[in-house]
Design a binder for this molecule. Structure first.
Ligand SMILES: Cc1cc2nc3c(=O)[nH]c(=O)nc-3n(C[C@H](O)[C@H](O)[C@H](O)COP(=O)(O)OP(=O)(O)OC[C@H]3O[C@@H](n4cnc5c(N)ncnc54)[C@H](O)[C@@H]3O)c2cc1C
Length: 406
């Protein structure tokens, strides 16, 4: 994506995020303990993980919904070597060639947790924003849907991410998905049912209507096979042929009222992945309902959803006026950071510097660069482990003049 495209995209996302950030900030001001609770970390396997890119072949592809908005791709390693163990909820970072000159980096969660020999990802075709048909549709998702066929090759980085379920059979799990947010949760569901067959799992999956309901048969089969799996499918706008009780169980949105009515009493661990509006209303509402902050885990699919959790402190505290020189050595540019931008990646994009990035939320490490001098601060601890002497632009802010090898 070009710097101006990225900047425009980020600007559009900010409009939504400001409202969200204010709501979360107001809620957090009333409940300060919530922002202090750390998410427990699960030991993640590192054995067998590869460095850099590894080549995969597309072994299969299939659509997962009647509207053909979500397509699954099954990848097998070209080198034939075994795939390293992974924890359900992690994601692959793909290199998606758009043209001879341009390759985009994008993250996709594994959507299956069972086949040791291959990875499955499920990609939603991202349309232009509502009311803006003049803008291009999502570039990487379009490319994958329209051009990545069986037998084609694709490059991926080793799995990453810490949105994972800690084994704890006595505490039931509640998985809450909105739209394409189902992918990491389906992976968690499948591997959880296999590994902890007595642990109760409640899935709340919100979609607009039957045509966009993904993995319907897969979920029905799991519910038949596993009495500890309780499935709640929620349609917000059922279509004329959608039948309640057969295709879905509830009309409306996944909210605390629905959870209160349908979950058994007691402690649960919540895992939430969905669009910004859902995350923005549900996460504060869960805590307000009395769920311990450490029992609420969420994943963001990129900056549009990522920053709602990260901007709350920015919304609360007025920014000090700053003037820090930032040297981008490779680009031969020296710019002045004044605290306007949320992070160094946005700062670079606003100044027309094109820097490769992936998740834009501190998870994939694509925008990690050498920090030649200076100090970078991370308002939220990134998932990606930053190597010594380097920094992560998408979530980092300078606290001193910087020189970056970018
Ligand atoms: C950890 C993680 C896991 C993920 N897992 C999944 C998954 O399992 N499945 C999945 O489908 N996705 C997943 N994603 C999201 C995925 O990485 C991509 O962000 C997504 O596919 C969109 O990328 P794109 O290149 O198609 O869209 P982009 O090209 O990045 O466009 C995004 C949006 O911006 C709009 N846009 C384009 N140009 C402009 C402009 N000038 N001004 C304003 N708006 C503009 C586009 O129309 C589109 O709506 C995940 C992301 C993360 C970080």
């Amino acid at each position: 994506m070009s710097a101006s495209l990225l900047l425009a995209y980020v600007s559009a996302a900010i409009v939504l995020q400001v409202g969200v950030a204010i709501a979360v900030a107001l809620w957090r001001r009333k409940h300060p303990a919530a922002s202090q609770t750390a998410v427990p970390r699960v030991a993640l396997p590192t054995a067998g993980a590869w460095g850099g890119w590894r080549e995969f072949r597309v072994a299969r592809r299939e659509y997962e919904d009647r509207a053909h908005t979500v397509c699954s791709f099954h990848f097998e390693p070209v080198d034939g070597a075994p795939l390293p163990p992974f924890v359900a909820g992690q994601f692959l970072t793909l290199a998606v060639p758009i043209s001879r000159e341009q390759t985009l980096t994008r993250c996709y969660s594994l959507s299956d947790g069972t086949n040791a020999g291959s990875y499955r990802i499920s990609v939603k075709r991202v349309p232009a924003p509502v009311g803006r048909p003049d803008l291009p549709a999502g570039a990487a998702s379009k490319q994958l849907h329209d051009h990545l066929q069986v037998g084609d090759f694709v490059r991926a980085k080793a799995l990453a991410g810490r949105f994972v379920v800690a084994p704890q059979p006595s505490t039931p799990v509640v998985l809450i998905a909105g739209g394409i947010g189902i992918t990491p949760l389906l992976c968690m569901l499948r591997s959880g049912l296999a590994a902890e067959p007595n642990r109760a799992v409640h899935l709340y999956y919100g979609v607009r209507q039957g045509a966009e309901h993904c993995f319907a048969k897969e979920l029905e089969a799991l519910a038949r096979q596993h009495p500890n799996f309780h499935s709640h499918v929620v349609y917000s706008q059922p279509g004329p042929n959608d039948v309640i009780g057969r295709d879905f169980q509830h009309v409306g949105h996944v909210d605390v009222d629905l959870l209160r009515r349908t979950l058994p009493a007691g402690r649960h661990r919540f895992f939430v992945c969905g669009p910004p509006a859902m995350m923005a209303s549900l996460i504060p509402a869960l805590a307000q309902w009395g769920v311990l902050p450490g029992d609420i885990h969420h994943e963001a699919f990129g900056p549009a959803t990522a920053r709602f959790a990260q901007t709350s402190s920015r919304a609360e505290a007025p920014r000090p006026s700053l003037s820090l020189e930032v040297v981008f050595r490779k680009s031969a540019r020296t710019l002045v950071w004044d605290g306007t931008d949320a992070n160094l990646l946005e700062f670079a994009a606003r100044n027309d510097l094109s820097i490769a990035s992936g998740c834009r939320s501190g998870s994939c490490g694509t925008c990690e660069v050498e920090l030649i001098s200076g100090t970078v601060r991370y308002p939220e601890e990134p998932d990606h482990e930053i190597s010594p002497g380097r920094c992560l632009l998408c979530v980092g802010v300078p606290v001193s003049p910087l020189e970056l090898d970018a």
